[in-house]
Structure formats: structure tokens, C-alpha cells
Design a binder for this molecule. Sequence first.
Ligand SMILES: *Cc1c(COP(=O)(O)O)cnc(C)c1O
Length: 386
Amino acid sequence: MDIKNWLTGQKNKNLLRQLTQVERRPDGQLLAPGPASRRYLDFSSNDYLALSRHPDLMAQSSHFLAQAGCGAGAARLMSGDLAIYHQLEEAVAQLKGQQAALLFGSGYLANAGVIPALAGRNDVIFSDRLNHASIHDGCTLSRAKLLRFLHNDLNHLEELLQKKRGTGTALIVVESLYSMDGDRCPLRELVQLKEKFGCLLMVDEAHATGVFGANGGGISEEERVAERVDLAMGTFGKALGSYGAYVAGSKEMIEFLINRARTFIYSTGLPPAVIGASLAAVSIIREQPQLRQDLFSRVDFFKQALAEKGLTKLGPSQIVPVMIGPSSRALRIAQSLRDQGIFATAVRPPTVPEGTARLRLSITRHLSPAALEQAAELVASALETG
Ligand SMILES: *Cc1c(COP(=O)(O)O)cnc(C)c1O
């Protein structure tokens, strides 16, 4: 591949990705450094509950840092298996209504490790078309036959199951809340289908953990199907304000993953400070349901403000997609908003399907009603002129 040509090509197609340096202030606003320094309201972070700056997370993080140092020193199967990992795994298993849990370095590593541990050459994976790249990469690494079903389409999935279930392991993988569309999977029906066809079901709750369920256990808790999900995956880096990921399941499943998931086996344990923050976050989401109510009152307020300006079909969650279509227009609108102090991402292919570029607005507890009102107006006018 000619690198220079490729870069020029991406640029011409409005698909070149670029880093934008920022400083995140304690109130969640962004500060872009440099001579043109200015503040932005951040509509692109996943710190939904504003826990990343919560004093309990910071205190427990500092405490673990002081106690255990900066690094784990080794992979857990070597000499790196600290007691604090087990403490967090027990808390997560309880939160998820599962027997056991296992930590991974990140959500990407969890998906890239768990899927190949379960499915191999003679197996088949049924994966929602809109699943996150890390799920897709896990499927590719597994070398299993990959069948992608139309997004949230149970009929299509059932048709594929009927024709292609085969006799090996069959794994169905979905997200409970889709990161780019903000819509939910039909989890109860998926559980019924996986039981009917004798499959394993893996549910990625990256964006739902902490946000849904009476205890923040996610959509599997809210839908009361937690114990029927074989692999409940989620991350600490979004609503939980920390970093890392988990997979929860039966004792046997977790023992299996300890032996088989290469991204677990061959990778250093998470830093103690990160475990401290995650442990504090898990207690907070269980003990403070008002954080979720507070988030959703902001979400409702924002959608109401957009609806008054004629924008509807904004989905059922804290992730608000505003459909635009062509990548060039999405970029133009995101840039115009940026110029007016709103930091929101234009999500373009290949992250989303061709022709469905969009503005992804994520609502967090950092955003005040006044900020939300102002943003709704700016978004509506940028759409009119952009
Ligand atoms: C963010 C995300 C991941 C990756 O998690 P990281 O901890 O950021 O690596 C995996 N799956 C989904 C659905 C995500 O949104």
C-alpha cells in the first residue's frame, strides 16, 4: 500500500481521522489548547454519570496506588494475581447476577479474547451487523464461520439459525445498547432464540452498565434475564468513569476463560489505581440510583428541546443520534457546532454503514439544563444551514 496516496485518498473522501488534543476540566467541559484556546460543552464523552471525577473513585484509586504501587508487575497467571482483582470480580458478579466474573485490560481486549476462546474453525457466530469493531475483530480472530444478521432483526437471525446453526458451538453476540444508534437489542426475545437453538449468548453492555437496571447492572438486569445470559460483558471506561472491562458468567465459564482467553492470559493485570476507581464506581452505581434518574431527566429534557425544533426519532437512551447521511455534510455540521462551542462527533463509515453518517450526541451528568437547551438550539440551526 502506498501510504501517502492512501492518506490523500482518505482526505478527499472526508474520511481522514485526526486527533484533537483537549484538556478535560473538572466540570466536564473541554479546553482545546493553543492560541485559539476555548471551552467546549462535551457531547462526545461516555462519562455518562460524571463518575470519572467523583471523589470516592479518586480516593480509592489513590489508596490502592499507595498500597500496591503503579503496576501489577506480571500477568495474573504468573505472579500478578492481586487480591483486589478478586474483590472487584466478586462485586461485578453480584452486580450482574452471575456466579463469577473475570477482568480484562479493556473492552476491546475482552471481546478480542472471549470470542475466540469460545468459537473456532468448526463453529458459527451470529453477530449483529452494528456490533462494535472489537466484537467483529474477536469473530475474525476466532476463525469461526461469521454470519452477520440485520441490525436487531429477529426474523433474519432466526432464519439464519434455522439454516446455519450446524452441530458445533453456536454463539450469538449482541450489544444491549448500541453505541452509535443508542437503540436497545430485543434481549428477552434473543434469550428465547438462543435457548430454542441451543446457542451461547454474549451480551456487550459497554454503554448500559451503570445506566440501566435498578442496581446499574445493565439491560440484562432491567429485563430480568441476567442468569440466562451466558457471557455478560461490560466495561469500566464509560459510565463507571474508570478503565478496563469484565466478563461475567458461570463459575465454569470463567474457569474456561482463564485457561483459554489469550488476551487475559498473555497480558499484564490492570494497574491497582484503576481497580480502586472501578471498585468505588461499582458501589456508587448500586447505592445511588438517583444518579441514573438525574441522567435520564437530562436526556428527556434535551430530547424535548430537540423535539420542539422538529427533531424526532432520537432513540431511547443517553446516546442521541442525529441522522445526517453524507459524510461531508456530517463533518460540516460537526465543524460548525465546534465553532460555536459544542464538541460532538460526526460518526462516519466504516464505523457506521455507508450513507448513514450522523452526529452522535451523548448526554452526561456534566451537562446542565441551560447547556442542553443551548446545544439543542445550535444543533437545530446547524442542521438548517449545514
Ligand atoms: C467502547 C466499547 C468497547 C471497548 O471498550 P474499551 O474498554 O474502550 O476498550 C467494546 N464494546 C462496545 C460496544 C463499546 O462501546
